[in-house]
Design a protein around this ligand. Sequence first.
Ligand code: ZN
Length: 455
Amino acid sequence: MLNSFFVDFRRLFPQGHQRLMLLCLVFITLLLLWPTSQRSTQSGMGVLPLLLSIGLQQAPEQLDQLPLNELVAWVDDKLRTEPIEDPFTKIYNIEAGDSLSRIFSRYNLGYQTVQQVMAADQSLLALDVLHPGNRLTLQLDEAGQLQSMELFIHAGKKVLYERVAADEFAYQEIIDEGVWRKNILAGEIFGSFYTSAQRVGLSDTDIYNINQLFKDRIDFSRDIQAGAQFQVLRSENFVEEQGTGQSRIEAIRILNRRQVLTAFMHDDGQYYDANGDSLERAFSRIPLQNNVRVSSHFNPRRLHPITKRVSPHNGTDFPLPIGTPIIAPADGVVTRIENHPFAGKYIEIQHFGGYKTRYLHLSRFNVQRGQRVTRGQRIALSGNTGRSTGPHLHYELHINNRPVNPMTAHIPLARPVPAESRAAFATRVKQLTAEMEQQSELAKQQSAKELVAAD
Ligand SMILES: [Zn+2]
């Protein structure tokens, strides 16, 4: 009865206030009950049953003897980490340095369960590196066994792992594309481009990408004149009014002396200047020095040969003798160097413009996490680590965090806008340029007003 009362009670208040309100209520209740419970400890009636009755599990035995302030601190901590739900639902907010096995042991889930969930995650690798701010929701059964688990990444992306057999889990991605909202950021460059861009709200990643785009055309530290103007059209992703943290730059203009630098994203996801010339550096089709045959193709609907369940193959397999050099297909930054029980030793590289690559079952790493790599650089040696049927490379290409077929996907070829879409591109350039000019004027008027006000 109490349990359902608290669940209803939680719905009455907005998210942020629930804990506070609930804490106040628990505090008041305890205050009223304290003298009684102190007396009643001998008669077997204490605070402990009260706490258990509102769904707080695993209270220490000696809780009855705690001073009131420590008891309240304990309840506060419990509510922070385990909001009151039904006793079979466990919510865990991921913190820096967390691992799945450590989180599972909190809920008395053994290493076998960790292995089963990780096996299901092999083709996604979403649980291998846990990001602070993400959230896990675990559903247990009466025996305390894990039935399902949801990984909340952002409002537009969740992954559900469900038990499909006594010793097997399967995953399902729940994706909401949401809406993209345009935002034009405009300013003038005084001091470094970096600080000027930061001032109008561009992120480090945005600034890095802008630098990469114009790398061959301008040296930002040397060639920019004080007072040069810049305009950046950035779109941000929202799902039900909640920002997902995803953004993309759609257009850039930098007006420096008599030179105008431009970049526009075309409908193929690649950047060209206003004349339609490519700003991309070419991407190699495969991360190998020589062409080799494919032993298993990319197949998002692949059926597992034994279970007959959909078990996606998110990459392309190349049979290779152990020790074959793997080379970076494009410039990028190494974002993962991991050893997974099923994917084996693997590397992930983030490239410019929403491209990401993964290399699984390696035998040796030649790079470190955080390292910048250039196209053609040797990054690893192939191998047969993890759950692998024989020596091979499993190669994945992701565009905007979605795996695509590496053998057929559109990859930057550093060619001009194709003839058939040149007219549409020119129209878009004209329209966006006008919008950015207008916003830039508004920003200038605004800063002039601020200067007057400051006088
Ligand atoms: Zn594979």
